[in-house]
Design a protein around this ligand. Sequence first.
Ligand code: UDX
Length: 432
Amino acid sequence: MKLCMIGTGYVGLVSGVCFSDLGNTVYCVDKDINKIESLNNGNIPIYEPGLEEILKKNYKQKRLFFTNDLKKAVLKSEIIFICVGTPTKKNSNSADLKFVFNVVKELKKIIKTYKIIVTKSTVPVTTGDKIENILARLKKNKLVDVVSNPEFLREGEAIRDFIYPDRVVVGTNSKKANKILQSLYLPIIKKKNKYFNTSRRGAELIKYASNAFLATKISYINELANLCEKTGVDIKDISVGIGSDQRIGERFLRAGPAYGGSCFPKDTRALSDTAKKFKSNLSIVDTVIKSNENRKKLLIKKIDKILKGKIKNKVITFLGVTFKPNTDDMREASSIPMIKYLNKKKCTIKYYDPSGEKNEFKRLQNVKYHSTINSACSNSDLIIIHTEWNDFKLINFKKIVKKNSFIIYDMRNIYSPTKMKRLNIKYFGIGR
Ligand code: UDX
């Protein structure tokens, strides 16, 4: 099939590359001239394991194209995927849909023959209706079907998530569009019945409901971790104990810092906003948002407590600063408020992240990126394991810190407290 992906951000690029690998011809379009030029030169703007190889293979085989020419790409394609960003609006919780609607207005001018327009961007329920209103004339002449097909890819695992999805959700009442999308997804859904056709509004809401549910699961285990710290119970045991009940499920029950990233914070806010617009009570989601905000402050307070309020002149190391491993993404990473707070307290902060130095910290005095774990940890008073990169799982701290006494604050519970005690290392985890 011939596909057009509008927007070469995370969703558009990964989906476009993966669709081309399934044998489709894919035109990836972006307004950003530099980005397209750089993609055409083989440079990938995001850090996603496995993406580069698949991209280069399909580019060489001329199944994958990068262009600024929206019109040409749309005219050549049967299915148009809208994959532009839907960030939170300034001073509000609503999703900003201006990029989506701008694209739709362009499409209105271009489309002359039947096309399926698919929103892959995360859009609030009823956005598809608004898109259809803009395209009313085309719809009346049966030249478009507007479909919702939300994306559930996780950063760092996106290729695997695309090839082995838990489900593919397609929201449309059009039999024609549904049949075409089903055949597009056939190579990845044929093994099991993973294709779920629902209403367009249903598909739009499923995306937000999924993300908000996962954020709730994380906030729940994080709050239980607080209780564990007070009662001397290990949160890891709680996760296993409750997660092995299949009704609950073991995933997304790892306690840690406040959740971050490009989706959970933004989508919980937007869902809460939608509920308010429809005068519907979603107090659980509101509470999760608050709980996650509080968690940022709580962990900062804990660092204070670990250092007994004596932060000034201390050397503090952060191992990992991204919101999760296998990504270079810093959006809503909880390391940002932590490092900013500590920086104000006049200590020296050294950090190492396998994805490299971060712009967020470049202008902060006394916050320095180190290119190795050893150099970041040497002579440190406190080592904070903020992100659970594999690189941090087997560190011989005694050997590399080269100090008689230092503290480890393991925010991802990677290490065993008993082992640390045996090594005579002062160790703090989360909820244990
Ligand atoms: C998420 C959804 O999983 C994905 O389906 C959606 O399309 C986009 O948003 P992503 O943001 O890439 O994906 O990351 P995810 O792996 O879901 O983690 C999000 C945050 O939750 C991270 O900060 C992570 O550290 C945290 N998390 C996750 C936990 O704290 N504990 C867990 O058990 C799982």
